[in-house]
Unconditional design. Structure first.
Lengths: 685, 559
């Protein structure tokens, strides 16, 4: 890897593009610019110029460029992927459309398609005579002429990419490989996704869908990364362009573009890694992060310093079998609208005012009472210092909205109604966090809460109180934590292979051979990163389930242990007990194995430590209203930039900084730790 | 906090906070139940539910994955309170039952009911229901297609103490263990139910400690009243009147030439919803009878589906609903009629209630869906070991007023996954040759009904005991507003020796190596006059092969 003075992390979100630039031995430079929707690379290129101008970040000195992107997600949400064709085994072209015959909203009687048929309507799906049996033995040879004919026709019809998904290809890829070979010869520019490469595991619908998504994204992700690469080259930067993958590891663009389905949670994964470094900086292993934005709140768990992963995620409402950080989204945020139902009950959400027109206090024509309006009325937000003063809030409009939409009907004061809105939203978020925790088999009371996003800090003490959490860590830079996470993330390459065997009778030599094979493939990818081979750490995992069960758990595999099978089985029982609440000693089997190669990555970004500004720590007093206290109380307002290490105070208090506001309710104490975090703890008694 | 302003002397904010918590508690119970259960039927079929009740036996909150569980514990809890009055209950008591004729559903569904105490006073009830893998009876899995009386279906449990002040009722446990085929699994799942009930008890007690028990009880009542108001308000938007519908299930698996008539008159008036099933068939000999809890679930589902889905689910939503279930009919059978295959009947009942409303609520109710979930079971031996495998297959959904139906999709009160072809072939010696959309099966219409599926299997080894339980072989799903009917289901066995046997909706037979079965499920009904369908949509259907040119010529031509 090239050694440069500067490393750059760029996280492109829906509204803002965040840039964090780390200078070796120096400070961390932070920029926030509006996202350029039509071509997101424009905002990136522009901010490079700004970095140079403001901090002398010269193109030559940039050693790497790490990137979190929403390009894959947006292509799906906006249906802007490529036109693709799908080749299947004869008799099975409708697997993609039939799916698992499940519907997500059981109370709707007028239904929409529940499988992502838009990826390839029936006329773009072709059947190829060929068939393997369950052991991978060829029953019907591949009809090569049919492959050629189908590909030619589909190309004629304007298809830009092809997905090939044959039955049992994960057992024997011979037909998928041969079909690809034939097609590449005739149509070298056509993007191909082969199911045994994308997701070598049984269940034809799940494998076909993720392979089709891969083909659907390939041309778009390709264009995007190529354009960004060109832009960087034009700006004189020849550092590697690394892209964050959904599991929380980086890959060089040339590799990332080959498997675009791994980019669905690129941005949120960077945020989770950001949360992880915050925990590490505060010497805390177990965290719950909650990122409260305008329309939603994202919850993630970090356990024993590792982000929790899930082997199946959801994109645009469709279940997809690709590993990602386990982020759960609730439809609750600052823009959530409070309203009264026909029985006079106060409801908050699920509708949101979004950013346009946004909360009433934005003064952009919004008339609904939102959570942010309530925060203004309650005195939590400084109208003149919202988003660092970029947007002046109009308190009169917030008051009016809450009065007319909620307070009057309920016979309450504006402040009582506003507090009510907060209490209801907090109850919803707390139940959401509790459910995520129960699902992962953890007790939230033993975890620390890390509030993120513009609005996380306002709700933190209320949520912690509700959940019995005693410790809150408010990071120094919650607004650009995703971008910072990009700089801390390791390079990671993961290869999975089908390897089906009962644990009790598994053949260690065969296992070693299989691991060797996938290790070679992962090493080849790592080589493309120009990472030092001796700095690469390798870990193995097995997907394990009880025989007869169909849900797998990912269990670390130690092939060099004295008794790898015994250890794997014991670890499986322990994990099963944690996640499912019980385990019994009945036979279990391995379904697949995985190798994960990692290089680089740092647990702590020392540069996140900032010297205190030297200005006054206290910048005023404000009347605020909080749950459990009658009437308004006086809170001290602190300037986060001015708080030195070791500074401590007690609630009620408000801490302001340009990217977030933190509310410390009465009964909580606050201290600035050595890493610049605010540590908020519950007072005993 | 102000507790005296707002309606009913209660702080409306606290009421809403408590509502969110109750839903959260029910969800946490359900998560605990799913997490700690062992059986695949719970883990993957999600055939289990968790509820909180008031001490009067009214639902406070419920967490379910499939709507057939909606309201389903109400008759159970009512019966429990009748047999064991509150005054006799003690902390640590847990009650259980499964008898359909005392308020249950079918025997595999065992309910656990636990009173929740605060300061030695019962303040609420937590309850769970799980479909157990086996409860004894004449066939493994306890859903015998050939049952003609409930005694063949398994162990019947009247309301009994499962735990007495925290101690297991060892007599009962011994009886259960002795009467089921897989005692460890059944006890494991019962303990998962117990764990879920305990979560409810712990958190409700904490809530009462926060609020004070009287305050909590007042809020519970208020929440029920609110859902009642919301439901009545929504029902009032439906034009008053009596709406009738008749549909049929194919047969009861025993008298194969006799259809089962479901007739309903839905009267909507002044915010009430009354379903009168007079005119429905007398109870049948086979296990397709449906006890009242099933009809109640169907009616509650229909009301939810046509009102506002955001109304919090509790007993308030169910108060406006009344049922007239003629005694001795298929919707209210007399003991000892068998009931294990009630699901097919509940699906048809739900379809009928919705069907009755489709003309008066054309924007909210689609054409009839296939409303079938084919139950297949294969049992044989492979390499010396016995195997059993099965699957559940859906048909197409009815077209909406502005959209085509969905092809091959679960509808109404069930939501079950199909079995992947690769999963089946890896486990058992059966090969699947085809899994395809069934051309021309969707009802013609301005909006076309969803297509059914064609699935073809071949037996590769040995003798296989084969069970097929279908629907819609003899009665097609109807269209709406001039739309055509969906294609009927069809299934045939192509014997290895060249014979062909058409399956008359239900069948148990033996298959041998080389036999093939071809199953075609029904399509959904169409919506609107076919001749008015957008020609571009017709062209796409032809390009996609969902509709043949012959069908277009026959049904879509403008006249």
């Amino acid at each position: 890897m090239k050694l440069g003075r500067f490393e750059i992390g760029v996280d492109i979100g829906g509204t803002f593009t965040d840039i964090v630039c780390r200078e070796r031995g120096g400070a961390l430079h932070v920029l926030k610019v509006p996202t350029t929707r039509d071509d997101p690379s424009q905002a990136v290129i522009k901010s490079i110029a700004e970095l140079a101008e403001r901090w002398g970040v010269d193109a030559d000195g940039i050693g790497r460029f790490a990137h979190g992107t929403t390009v894959a997600t947006n292509a799906v949400l906006e249906r802007k992927g490529a036109r693709i064709g799908v080749l299947t085994t004869a008799g099975f072209r409708d697997v993609l459309e039939i799916g698992r015959q499940l519907r997500t909203d059981v109370y709707r009687v007028i239904l929409d398609p529940q499988a992502p048929v838009f990826l390839a309507p029936r006329r773009y799906r072709r059947e190829i005579p060929e068939r393997l049996d369950a052991s991978g033995t060829v029953l019907t040879a591949l009809d090569e002429a049919a492959v050629v004919k189908a590909a030619d026709e589909l190309v004629q019809e304007g298809v830009e990419a092809l997905a090939i998904s044959f039955l049992f290809s994960f057992r024997n890829p011979v037909h998928e490989r041969r079909a690809a070979e034939l097609i590449r010869k005739r149509h070298p520019a056509l993007a191909l996704s082969l199911s045994h490469e994308v997701d070598p595991a049984f269940r034809e619908y799940e494998r076909t869908v993720i392979t089709a998504f891969d083909a659907y994204l390939k041309p778009r992700v390709d264009t995007y990364l190529a354009r960004l690469g060109k832009g960087l080259a034009k700006a004189g930067i020849d550092a590697p362009l690394q892209v964050m993958q959904s599991r929380g590891g980086l890959a060089i663009a040339e590799v990332a573009r080959q498997r675009p389905v791994r980019l669905f949670l690129s941005g949120p994964a960077a945020g989770v890694i950001g949360g992880q470094i915050v925990g590490a900086s505060a010497a805390t292993d177990d965290l719950i992060t909650i990122d409260v934005g305008g329309t939603s709140a994202d919850i993630a768990l970090i356990s024993r310093r590792k982000p929790m992963l899930r082997s199946e995620g959801v994109i645009g409402g469709y279940a997809v079998r690709v590993a990602m950080v386990d982020v759960t989204t609730l439809g609750a945020g600052g823009g959530s609208i409070a309203h009264l139902d026909a029985s006079g009950g106060l409801r908050v959400g699920p509708h949101s005012a979004g950013s346009e027109p946004g909360p009433a206090c934005y003064g952009r024509g919004g008339e609904n009472a939102t959570v942010t309006d309530a925060s203004v009325v309650l005195g939590y937000l400084d109208p003149d210092f919202f988003a660092g003063g970029r947007l002046r809030l109009e308190p009169a409009k917030a008051t009016e909205a809450i009065d007319t939409k909620v307070a009057k009907q309920l016979n309450m004061t504006t402040a009582e109604a506003a507090l009510g809105i907060h209490r209801v939203l907090n109850a919803q978020m707390a139940e959401g966090i509790r459910l995520v925790s129960v699902r992962q088999g953890i007790d939230p009371r033993t975890y620390a809460l890390v509030p993120l996003g513009g609005a996380g800090g306002i709700h933190a003490t209320a949520l912690a109180r509700e959940l019995g959490i005693r410790r809150i860590i408010v990071p120094r830079l919650p607004g650009v934590l995703s971008a910072a996470g990009l700089l801390a993330a390791p390079i990671e390459h993961e290869i999975t292979a089908e390897f089906a065997t009962p644990i009790a009778t598994f053949d260690l030599a065969a296992l070693r051979e299989k691991l060797g094979e996938i290790d070679r493939r992962a090493a080849a990818l790592m080589a493309a990163e120009k990472a030092d081979a001796d700095k690469v750490t390798i870990s193995y995992f097995a997907d394990v389930c009880y025989i007869g069960q169909s849900y797998n758990l990912e269990i670390p595999l130690h092939p060099d242990d004295a008794d790898p099978a015994g250890r794997l089985y014991r670890d499986f029982l322990e994990a099963h007990d944690r996640i499912y609440g019980h385990s019994v000693e009945i036979p279990a089997k391995i379904v697949g194995v995985r190798t994960v190669h990692r290089a680089g990555g740092s647990e702590i970004l020392d540069e996140m430590r900032f010297a205190a500004s030297g200005g006054p720590t206290e910048i005023g007093q404000r009347k605020i209203m909080v749950a459990g206290e009658p009437g308004f109380v006086s809170a001290t307002v602190y300037d986060r930039n001015a708080l030195p290490e070791g500074f401590s105070f007690a609630g009620p208090a408000i801490i302001q900084q340009s990217d977030t506001t933190t509310l410390v309710e009465p009964g909580w104490s606050c201290m600035v730790d050595g890493a610049g975090n605010l540590i908020v703890t519950r007072q005993e008694g | 906090m102000a507790e005296t302003n707002g309606k009913g002397g209660l702080d409306p904010i606290t009421v809403e906070v408590v509502r969110n918590k109750l839903e959260g508690i029910a969800n946490e119970m359900q998560q605990t139940l799913l997490r700690s259960s062992f059986s695949p039927i719970v883990k993957e079929g999600l055939d289990a539910s968790s509820s909180l009740f008031t001490i009067r036996g009214e639902t406070l909150a419920q967490s379910i994955a499939i709507p057939i569980h909606l309201a389903t514990l109400i008759p159970v809890v009512q019966k429990m309170l009748e047999v064991f009055p509150l005054t006799a209950m003690r902390p640590g008591d847990v009650y259980c039952m499964n008898d359909p004729y005392l308020g249950g559903t079918h025997l595999p569904d065992i309910a656990l009911v636990q009173p929740i105490f605060f300061n030695d006073r019962p303040i609420a009830i937590s309850a769970t229901m799980t479909h157990h893998q086996d409860v004894g009876g004449m066939s493994p899995g306890s859903i015998p297609t050939r049952a003609t009386e409930i005694f063949q279906e398994g162990l019947r449990l009247p309301p009994l103490k499962f735990r007495d002040a925290g101690q297991y009722n060892e007599t009962l446990v011994a009886i259960i263990r002795q009467n089921v085929r897989i005692p460890d699994a059944v006890m494991g799942d019962l303990n998962a139910q117990l764990a879920a009930c305990n979560v409810g008890a712990r958190r409700i007690a904490a809530l009462a400690a926060d609020l004070g028990d009287n305050h909590a009880l007042a809020i519970f009542d208020e929440l029920l009243d609110r859902s009642e108001i919301l439901t009545r308000t929504a029902l009032k938007t439906i034009p008053a009147g009596t709406y009738r519908y008749v549909d049929h299930s194919d047969n009861d698996g025993i008298d194969l030439d006799k259809g089962i008539r479901i007739e309903v008159a839905v009267t909507v008036k002044d915010g009430t919803f009354h379903c009168d099933f007079t005119g429905s068939s007398p109870q049948v000999r086979g296990p397709f009878n449906c006890v009242p809890s099933g009809s109640l679930a169907a009616a509650c589902y229909a009301v939810r589906a046509v009102t506002d889905p955001e109304i919090p689910t509790n007993a308030g939503c169910f108060r406006p609903i009344t049922l007239e279930l003629p005694k001795g009919s298929v919707v209210n059978p007399l003991e000892p009629a068998p009931v294990n295959s009630r699901t097919a009947t509940i699906k048809r009942i739900t379809g009928c209630i919705l069907g009755a409303l489709k003309e008066v609520l054309p924007e909210r109710v689609p054409a009839d869906s296939s409303g079938e979930l084919v139950v297949l079971a294969f049992g044989g031996r492979h390499e010396g070991k016995p195997y059993v495998t099965g699957e559940l297959i859906a048909g197409g959904s009815g077209a909406g007023p502005h959209s085509d139906g969905v092809d091959v999709i679960e509808t109404d009160v069930t939501n079950c996954m199909n079995l992947p072809v690769e999963a089946m072939e890896m486990d058992v010696p059966i090969r699947v040759h085809r899994l395809a959309l069934r051309q021309d099966s969707g009802g013609a219409g301005r909006h076309r009904g969803g297509l059914g599926v064609v699935k073809e299997y071949e037996i590769l080894d040995g003798e296989v005991a084969f069970t097929y339980r279908g629907e819609r072989h003899f009665y097609a799903p109807q269209g709406a507003l001039g739309g055509g009917e969906g294609a009927k289901a069809h299934a045939v066995i192509h014997r290895a020796d060249g014979r062909e046997e058409v399956i008359p909706s239900k069948m148990m037979t033996t298959l041998v190596r080389g036999d093939r079965i071809v199953i075609e499920t029904a399509g959904g009904g169409g919506n609107g006059v076919p001749a008015t369908r957008d020609p571009a949509a017709v062209a796409i259907d032809i390009a996609d092969g969902k509709v043949s040119t012959a069908e277009v010529h026959d049904k879509y031509a403008r006249r």
